[in-house]
Design a protein around this ligand. Structure first.
Ligand SMILES: [Fe+2]
Ligand SMILES: [Fe+2]
Length: 206
């Protein structure tokens, strides 16, 4: 257990301080950079910063959950999804920098909170752990959908990244469902939405 904790701690440090790696080509690889106004750029940076912060949280959640998952098949599925989350992290971070911005300064704070939530969900047992994951992915998928409307129409590169992420998150939700996710009580879903709202509003700005 101690070794596992050290490994996870090391992953955490890498999430926060080292550039993430991607195996799949970037979804916007074949698209040209558009001419964006200063205002459009500022808005796109804010939105992509929110998405990057969400992916930092996803790393922490999956790590917390993989630490505590009991079913080996569920753990393997979690690890596969976690790998795609690393790619999302890489894509969003690179895109923020291309637009001339930098990731949110609040990342470490959200990382720590999310790790605690992931471990707690995991300790409740696999079906609640997966239920929490399924609901998170559904909420993130809906949120990314709203960004497809909110992003500047000309910013095809950010849109291609967000669109692929949305597809991946919905697949992660289906996976959690297949492995026996429990349906979460409405107040828990509401609390998750509220927490996500605080994260999105703050990381857009700072
Ligand atoms: Fe993701
Ligand atoms: Fe996901």
């Amino acid at each position: 257990m101690f070794d596992t904790l050290i490994t996870e701690f090391d992953k955490g440090l890498r999430t926060l301080f080292a550039p993430a790696q991607s195996q799949r080509p970037r979804p916007d690889a074949g698209l040209d950079e558009a001419e964006l106004s200063a205002e459009e750029k500022r808005h796109a940076i804010g939105l992509m910063r929110v998405n990057h912060c969400g992916e930092v949280c996803a790393q922490a959640l999956y790590q917390g959950q993989a630490l505590t998952a009991r079913n080996p098949a569920a753990r393997e599925a979690l690890q596969h999804a976690a790998f795609e989350e690393v790619e999302h992290l890489a894509w969003t971070e690179q895109r923020i920098r291309e637009l001339g911005g930098q990731p949110s300064l609040l990342g470490p704070l959200w990382y720590t909170g999310s790790l605690a939530i992931g471990v707690t969900a995991g300790l409740l047992g696999d079906k609640w752990n997966l239920g929490f994951l399924e609901e998170t992915e559904h909420q993130v998928g809906a949120h990314l959908d709203s960004h497809l409307t909110a992003l500047p129409a000309a910013d095809a590169k950010s849109r291609a990244i967000v669109s692929q992420m949305r597809d991946d998150e919905l697949r992660h939700a289906d996976m959690a469902h297949e492995y026996g996710a429990a349906r979460l009580p409405a107040p828990v879903k509401g609390l998750m939405k509220l927490t996500a709202k605080v994260m999105t509003v703050s990381s857009y700005r700072v």
